[in-house]
Each structure stands twice: as structure tokens, then as C-alpha cells.
Design a protein around this ligand. Sequence first.
Ligand SMILES: C[S@@+](CC[C@H](N)C(=O)[O-])C[C@H]1O[C@@H](n2cnc3c(N)ncnc32)[C@H](O)[C@@H]1O
Length: 201
Amino acid sequence: MHSEFWNTRYAEPGYAYGTAPNAFLVSQARHLRSGMRVLAVADGEGRNGVWLAEQGLAVLSVDASDVGLRKAQALAAERNVALGTEIANLFDWVWPVAQFDVVVAIFAHFPPAHRARLHASMLRALRPCGLLILEAFTPQQLKYQSGGPRALEMLYSAETLRTDFADAEILELEETLTDLDEGPYHRGQAAVVRLLARRAV
Ligand SMILES: C[S@@+](CC[C@H](N)C(=O)[O-])C[C@H]1O[C@@H](n2cnc3c(N)ncnc32)[C@H](O)[C@@H]1O
């Protein structure tokens, strides 16, 4: 885990992925209710966590980058919302169990040695019937220069996610091409996979 990589990126002026929330997350707004508890996994500079807090949710943003989470707190203060933050390497974080109504993982890419276990931890962090909202780049993204890891093993297909979340009810799962306009590091045509899954009762 290279928190120096992310700290260096987030030390640049501005917000690497912008301050507006991810479009797929916003498209799921109908599932979100004020007062819900949400875990924003690998939330970086907090654009998604802050937007969730603005919708009235109680948000815990977890990321390995202290620089990123400091900017997340600054963004939350600017928008007058409370944001819980925790600096942690998710590889060895003590994951909460059955605590959250929603888990959000937007462009949270992990190497194969950790991926399936972390995805299982995300599911376990949900209360029964809780929702997971996830977007990630697919292997097709290697054809594009619009962001994301450049290593095949860090990219997720729909099949990968179907396997990792086999214990959940898959409500939406699709690979698609999209146009990203998320700050300087996510811009242009991109190949993504989008998942909405529900933890079983
Ligand atoms: C592409 S950024 C996405 C940030 C945010 N989700 C967004 O969409 O704006 C990936 C984030 O994953 C975090 N990350 C990667 N591996 C991690 C790990 N093992 N533990 C905690 N955070 C991690 C990085 O620090 C970085 O903030």
C-alpha cells in the first residue's frame, strides 16, 4: 500500500478528483435517507463522503492518506457538514461488522492478494439489507488515458465482482463506457463497472 503515492497526489493544489460527487453514486440517491450510517471506503479527498453528509447521512470516511482526509475535512467545513474520518490501511483495518446502512467504494482498487477479503469485509460492515454502491475501472480501461491503475490485476470485471459478492443480492451490475469529468485525474472516456448490491437478511 503506497500512502506516499496518494499523499503526493493530494498535496497538489486543488482536488485530484474534483469536489463534485461521483455520478454513479448520485444516480443511487433514491436509496439514501437522512440519518443512514454510511462507510465511505478509500474516500480520498472526500468528494463523495461530503456529498453524502450533505444529504443528511452520518458518514465515516476511511483512507490511508492523511493528506487526503485533511482535505476531506476542509471540504466538509466549507460545506458546513460533519464528516467522520479515520486514517487506516484497509488491509489491516479492524472492519466494523453490521454497523452501516450503506457502504460506498468509488474507484477503490486493491491488489488480488487483498481484494476478495476486503470486498467480503465491506459486505460484513453492512447491516442486514444494507446497500453497497461500488464503481471501479475494468480491464478495458487500459485502452484509455482517463485515469485508474495501469496494472491489469488491479482492475475489476463484472465477473470478478459477481464472484466476490456472491453472498449478496446483486441489484445492478454492468460494465459500461462513461465520460468522466472528475478533476484532473479522471477525465475523458472510461471503461467502468458499476455495482449495487444488498446484504442478505
Ligand atoms: C482513485 S482514489 C479514489 C478516491 C475517492 N474514492 C474518490 O473517488 O474520489 C483511491 C483511494 O484509495 C485509497 N487507498 C488505496 N489503497 C488503500 C488501502 N489499502 N487502505 C486505505 N486506503 C487506500 C487511496 O489513498 C486513495 O485515496
